[in-house]
Design a binder for this molecule. Structure first.
Ligand SMILES: Nc1nc2c(ncn2[C@@H]2O[C@H](COP(=O)(O)OP(=O)(O)O[C@H]3O[C@H](CO)[C@@H](O)[C@H](O)[C@@H]3O)[C@@H](O)[C@H]2O)c(=O)[nH]1
Ligand SMILES: [Mg+2]
Length: 193
């Protein structure tokens, strides 16, 4: 970690339970040349990967629906969220991660995926970088019902819906997860379906 605008970086671990919340104190050089001491809390839970699964022949996509406690705490009535299939890297590379997550969460075994971009999820507070993919699936690739890992108490509903329905949900505000919005918009822009 180095930057000409940064010195005296100190890290204090505030919480190290499931993931890690650090308090960073550092001197930062402003545009006017003055140095100021700043403090930022940074949540580190590693990086993630997400995928929009498309079936061009059927004109369908696969999304998931699951309970997300942080959204329940902030305005999402029942806490249920429609999302792309996604997961934490857990030491895998992004491609291996998203192929594993696709089989665990929605039950399809992919051979290849296409990386389309990577982006910071919430750069003011989280270290997380997300790797975004498009994957083509067919009925023949189905190997189980999906649903997520019982050992982690994942309880994921698999939604296979027409792309036109996903676009309708995007346009009328029924889809309000950023990762899902950006991949659906990618599919619209590049006329994937
Ligand atoms: N006990 C416990 N379990 C946890 C905790 N946080 C997460 N888990 C478990 O760890 C699992 C991680 O599942 P993944 O599929 O690997 O991750 P994800 O939560 O779907 O991650 C995706 O969504 C996140 C957005 O909320 C993204 O941040 C991430 O990059 C990725 O896209 C969760 O389902 C949950 O069971 C926690 O604080 N305590
Ligand atoms: Mg997941």
């Amino acid at each position: 970690m180095s930057s000409e605008k940064l010195k005296n970086v100190k890290t204090e671990v505030l919480s190290n339970n499931y993931y890690t919340l650090n308090k960073l104190t550092f001197d930062y050089k402003l545009k006017n040349g003055n140095w100021v001491t700043q403090m930022r809390e940074c949540y580190d839970r590693g990086d993630g990967a997400g995928i929009l699964l498309c079936n061009k022949e059927k004109g369908t996509v696969i999304l998931t629906k699951q309970f997300r406690m942080p959204t329940f705490l902030n305005d999402n009535k029942d806490g249920m969220l429609v999302e792309i299939c996604a997961g934490m890297l857990d030491k895998d590379n992004p491609e291996a991660c998203i192929i594993r997550e696709t089989e665990e969460e929605v039950g399809y075994r992919l051979k290849e995926v296409k990386k389309v971009f990577e982006a910071y999820s919430s750069p003011g507070v989280m270290t997380e970088k997300m790797h975004f993919f498009i994957g083509e699936y067919t009925d023949a690739m189905k190997v189980n019902e999906g649903g997520g890992l019982e050992s982690e108490h994942e309880d994921i509903e698999v939604l296979e819906i027409p792309f036109t329905e996903a676009v309708r949900m995007l346009n009328n505000g029924e889809i309000y997860d950023t990762r899902t919005i950006v991949l659906l918009q990618y599919a619209i822009i590049h006329k994937l379906l």
